[in-house]
Design a protein around this ligand. Structure first.
Ligand code: PDD
Length: 285
């Protein structure tokens, strides 16, 4: 079965989908995106993703290509057409196609592209055994709160991890962890406090982060939203990342040193369970 993708008003087999070479997403990375997970054929935490999409668009003076209701109808249509039970929907808005110029063009229609990827999210060998991360300098730009399609620095970080034989990278700025290459980063101190970086321009405001912190609060965990150092991370009892595609994923080693006893910790496992339960409740199935 060939995958059906959505491009500017049309549902097309992926090999027939076309975008202009003058699209500013292609020439300037002048675009933003969202990744929503799908469980049991239903979108998870989608209102949060829509809200963040608007924040990204507003930060770049970009018009929304459609209403939220229309965007969600397209997401759901793609899930249906591609029979996605578990996986994700990728949504990208770029400023549109115009003759190459650094100045934003006037009156150009934004481009809207969406596609699905089927993949198992609930059952994961990585979640069972945890992932290893290496730390690397955060060389990204200073507006990481905008979910921009300019992902080369994140891709480079991932490759540094890959070449070091690790699963992922944690990015570090001035001795403090910012976030994972495509996730938010957390530690649990030996005293049992959950620590994750405070929101600001330095990190992306993860939608999964918001949900997980809410669940952590309701289970009476002590939470500190503040930058944490690499030294603290190395001393931590537990560590994990969150994102729409990994949910809560244990981190069991940092730069080759085990976190805690080198196995997914109980608090991390509990938060993963809680998140998945809450996500499945949203599906009503
Ligand atoms: N990335 N930080 C960064 C840099 C990210 O790229 C992501 C998500 C997150 C987590 O955000 P959320 O919980 O809303 O997924 C944090 C997506 C999954 C991606 O680029 O594929």
């Amino acid at each position: 079965m060939t995958r059906i993708v959505y491009v500017n008003g049309e549902y097309l087999p992926e090999e027939e989908a076309r975008i202009s070479v003058f699209d500013r997403g292609f020439l300037f990375a002048d675009g933003v995106y969202e990744v929503s997970s799908v469980l049991r054929g239903r979108l998870i935490d989608n209102p949060g993703h829509m809200a963040r999409l608007h924040r990204s668009l507003t930060a770049l003076d970009m018009a929304a290509p459609a209403t939220d209701t229309e965007l969600e109808a397209i997401q759901m249509s793609l899930i249906g057409r591609n029979q996605v039970d578990e996986g994700l929907v990728y949504l990208q808005v770029t400023r549109g196609a115009a003759d190459r110029d650094f100045v934003y063009p006037e009156g150009v229609k934004p481009s809207l592209v969406m596609f699905t990827q089927s993949k198992p999210l609930l059952q994961s060998a990585q979640a069972e055994r945890g992932i290893s991360v290496v730390t690397t300098e955060d060389i990204r730009w200073r507006r990481r709160d905008i979910k921009s399609v300019g992902l080369l620095a994140a891709s480079m970080a991932k490759m540094i991890a890959r070449r070091a034989g690790a699963d992922d990278a944690w990015m570090v700025e001035s001795g403090k962890v910012t976030e994972g290459s495509s996730s938010n980063a957390y530690i649990l101190t030996r005293e049992g406090t959950l620590v994750t970086r405070s929101l600001g321009h330095e990190i992306l405001a993860g939608i999964t982060r918001e949900a997980v912190l809410r669940l952590a609060r309701t289970s009476s965990l002590q939470i500190e939203e503040r930058p944490f150092s690499l030294a603290e991370a190395e001393e931590a009892a537990e560590a994990f990342i969150t994102s729409a595609t990994t949910f809560v994923m244990p981190v069991v080693s940092i730069d080759g040193k085990p976190v805690g006893d080198g196995r997914p910790g109980p608090v991390t496992r509990q938060l993963r369970e809680l998140y998945i339960t809450a996500a499945l409740e949203q599906t009503g199935r």
